[in-house]
Design a protein. Structure first.
Length: 379
């Protein structure tokens, strides 16, 4: 009898503990949800001066525009909307990048009217109603040209700057080829050339790096995650690649050691996004990838796209192993363009504009815009 009573008391205490734990968890989840909603108004911060005052005449807005028959969203920021327009094409496919500004502020808005467009199927522009058959390169190029024309008309500028990052560089350089008359210049940051070959080179690099570190565990995992030109990328490699690159300091940025802390968590702090937008960042990334990844992997731009009718510039991070710098240099060497420039950022990995913004600005303002202005004056 005594043993049964003790058992009943223990069961009661355990049940009471589990009930209290469940209530505490529900309360924590409710508080977390309220906090997420509170920091997700869906509007970017206004631009302020050093004293904290809103800069008169500045622009910091989120807008939705019909592009390619669907609603797509952009964030525009500028201390002076008369400044040159710069359209930023994010990476992925389907991975937005406005969130990176929180921890790696570029200051683009100080000298440009910078436009952060979230592409068809990505982030703020994601919708389950997007026809899957429209998720193709021809439509993405057409969308980019249509966004460009909207910006040219809105800001009364005949030509704007185009900057593509990673996947955005793969899209951007094809847009530059298709519509050179609309752009002052094209800047490819971490320019994609032949991504499958880059992945093979990255696998070899990481094996060497982890062997040199004496990290036998990672070496075994890499050896069990094959990559080859013949067989492509194994599922094991796709699960391992980001973690292996970030641990080695050759991923999205030199000082991002984890995708979770460096990319996943910052998205949830973006004031310009609603809570649903933040969910859609991840939904859009997963959904968009299936339409473009295989073609992106196997396309060799060096074999088919080398003559351009506008200035072409490449920003390359010395430590980038997402888009191999050697391939980018080899591509640059065969390009024919009215003006061009190849810039290596010694302290950067995949994101030179975010990692070394002062040097990037110096090049954008002095070499690219300043060089073009000097050339125009001479003519």
């Amino acid at each position: 009898m005594a043993a049964r009573i003790r058992s009943q008391r223990l069961a009661y205490r355990l049940g009471r503990f589990l009930m209290m734990a469940a209530v505490a968890l529900l309360v924590a989840l409710a508080i977390g949800l309220v906090w997420l909603v509170a920091i997700s108004p869906g509007q970017p911060h206004p631009l302020r001066d050093a004293s904290g005052n809103v800069i008169p005449g500045s622009l910091s807005e989120r807008a939705t525009v019909e592009i390619g028959g669907i609603q797509q969203s952009i964030i525009i920021q500028s201390i002076d909307p008369a400044n040159p327009v710069l359209l930023f094409l994010h990476g992925g496919p389907g991975m937005t990048e406005f969130f990176v500004e929180q921890d790696y502020p570029t200051g683009l808005e100080q000298h440009f009217t910078v436009v952060w467009w979230e592409q068809r199927g990505a982030g703020m522009s994601f919708s389950p109603d997007i026809p899957p058959e429209t998720m193709n390169m021809a439509q993405m190029i057409a969308d980019t040209i249509e966004v460009t024309d909207y910006l040219r008309k809105r800001f009364s500028q005949d030509k704007i700057m185009l900057l593509g990052h990673s996947w955005g560089s793969y899209l951007g350089i094809q847009v530059a080829d298709a519509a050179p008359d609309r752009f002052r210049a094209y800047v490819g940051m971490a320019q994609i050339v032949h991504q499958l070959r880059s992945e093979v080179m990255t696998h070899d690099y990481l094996l060497g790096a982890y062997r040199a570190r004496g990290d036998a565990g990672m070496v075994r995992r890499l050896e069990a995650a094959p990559v080859s030109m013949e067989n492509g990328l194994s599922p094991e490699w796709m699960r391992l690649r980001d973690a292996a690159m970030h641990r080695a300091g050759v991923g999205h940025a030199r000082d991002i050691s984890s995708v979770v802390t460096g990319i996943f968590l910052p998205v949830w702090r973006v004031r310009a996004y609603t809570l649903m937008d933040k969910i859609n960042v991840w939904h859009g990334k997963l959904w968009s990838r299936q339409f473009f990844w295989e073609d992106l992997l196997r396309d060799d731009l060096r074999a088919r796209l080398t003559e351009f009718n506008l200035p072409i510039y490449f920003f390359v991070g010395r430590h980038d192993q997402t888009a191999n710098p050697e391939l980018t240099r080899a591509y640059f060497d065969v390009i024919e363009a009215p003006l061009n420039g190849f810039y290596v950022f010694e302290n950067s990995a995949h994101s030179p504009l975010f990692e070394e913004p002062e040097r990037a600005f110096s090049i954008l303002l002095e070499d690219i815009i300043g060089g073009q202005d000097m050339r125009a004056d001479a003519e």
